[in-house]
Design a binder for this molecule. Structure first.
Ligand code: FMN
Length: 361
């Protein structure tokens, strides 16, 4: 079995190791225009220099109304791609591959960011918020303003928007795109029986509920180069009675593979307030493992994997093909170097640092 520090080939891309920076919203577009700023360059560039094989952007919205918060990154115009290009260049300069997480927040859009905001919850129109679009007019949180139920035209537009954003990402040199179908956002809310009460061709049975995700993945793959990997993040389980299960995730992964999905990134929860699987560090790994064993895809494991011994064991035991580290990377951009030191493995520092900090290498 490979180790955490072995390269990972996926299509024509080879990651230098099997550690990725998990997508993490920074809510840092202060101008509320979705444009990447020097903050995003510094934040993601540092984690590339820190040794990760793959650095994901935060959830990057494919439409203006698909942002979780007004301060989210977006990729709904060529201007957004131009602003993101310095981030791509910085991550490449740090020696990592860059992934963009393509996202639409659905009925969970237009909420205050978790810091520097007057309160939590829905941002009203008077403060720059908007009416979100979801599977139905049922809000995520009881008592919140009703979202708009997506029309046929909305859904066709959203599928197109994912593909257009992927094409823009390709044009600026992005290596990986990940379709965000987790955490109760638009695509997950269509998948889950707990989020999707529709009775038309976009809901009801398995084929109806999975249609939006299947159409998005197919449309993205159509424009995304054959040599570049496509990831899909699933909430592998809803963690609530009557919800989406790991068996559903295995089945869906099996249907997404022939549409061009290469890697399923197994996260969990988020479809309803409080719907959160009750798992500790490494507790989501069994889902990545089940999907890897049950479907012809590679998997990424995530969730409390910042302990190097645990992270290394996930890959070495063949439970996932790579690990994604979230909060651990916020604590320590050099997580990969420090993990290597802890495990007694040599992982090269960036040349410009190594001669000074590890002269014996
Ligand atoms: C600050 C923060 C922002 C996050 N934003 C996103 C996001 O944009 N997209 C996403 O799929 N997950 C997001 N997550 C979830 C992480 O990607 C990851 O799955 C989760 O934090 C568990 O990994 P960890 O225990 O290593 O932090 C976020 C997590 C944190 C802490």
């Amino acid at each position: 079995m490979p180790t955490l520090f072995d390269p990972l080939p996926v299509r024509d891309l080879t990651l230098r190791n099997r550690v990725g920076v998990s997508p993490m919203c920074m809510y840092a577009c202060e101008a509320r225009d979705g444009l990447a700023t020097p903050f995003h360059v510094a934040h993601l560039g540092a984690r590339a220099l820190g040794g990760a094989g793959l650095v994901f952007t935060e959830a990057t919205s494919v439409t203006e109304d698909g942002r979780i918060s007004p301060e989210d990154l977006g990729l709904w115009s060529d201007g957004h791609a131009a602003a993101l290009r310095p981030v791509v260049d910085a991550v490449h300069a740090g020696g990592a591959a860059i992934g963009v997480q393509l996202a639409h927040a659905g009925r969970k859009a237009s909420t205050y960011r978790p810091y520097g905001a007057p309160r939590r919850g829905v941002v009203p129109a008077a403060e720059g918020g908007w009416t979100p679009v979801g599977p139905s007019d049922v809000p995520f949180r009881e008592g919140d303003p009703a979202p708009r139920a997506a029309s046929e035209a909305d859904l066709a537009g959203i599928v197109r928007a994912f593909a257009d954003a992927a094409a823009r990402a390709d044009a600026i040199g992005v290596d990986v795109v990940e379709v965000h179908a987790a955490h109760g956002y638009l695509l997950h809310s269509f998948l889950s029986p707990l989020g999707n009460p529709r009775t038309d061709g976009w809901g009801g049975d398995w084929a109806g509920r999975t249609r939006l995700v299947r159409e998005v993945v197919a449309a993205v793959r159509e424009v995304w180069p054959a040599g570049k990997p496509l990831f899909v993040r699933l909430s592998a389980v809803d963690g609530a009675e009557g919800g989406w299960t790991v068996e559903d995730s295995v089945r869906l992964a099996g249907e997404l593979a022939p549409l061009g999905a290469d890697v399923v990134d197994a996260s969990g929860g988020g479809v309803r307030p409080g719907a959160r699987p009750d798992v500790g560090p490494g507790g989501q790994v069994p889902w990545a493992e089940a999907i890897r064993r049950g479907a012809p895809v590679a998997t990424a494991a995530v969730g409390g994997l910042h302990d190097p011994v645990l992270a290394a064991s996930v890959v070495e035991d063949g439970r996932a093909d790579l690990v994604l580290i979230g909060k651990g990377m916020l604590h320590d951009p050099f997580w990969v170097q420090h993990a290597a030191e802890a495990l007694g493995v040599r992982a090269p520092w960036p040349a410009a640092y190594g001669w000074a900090v590890a002269p014996d290498d």
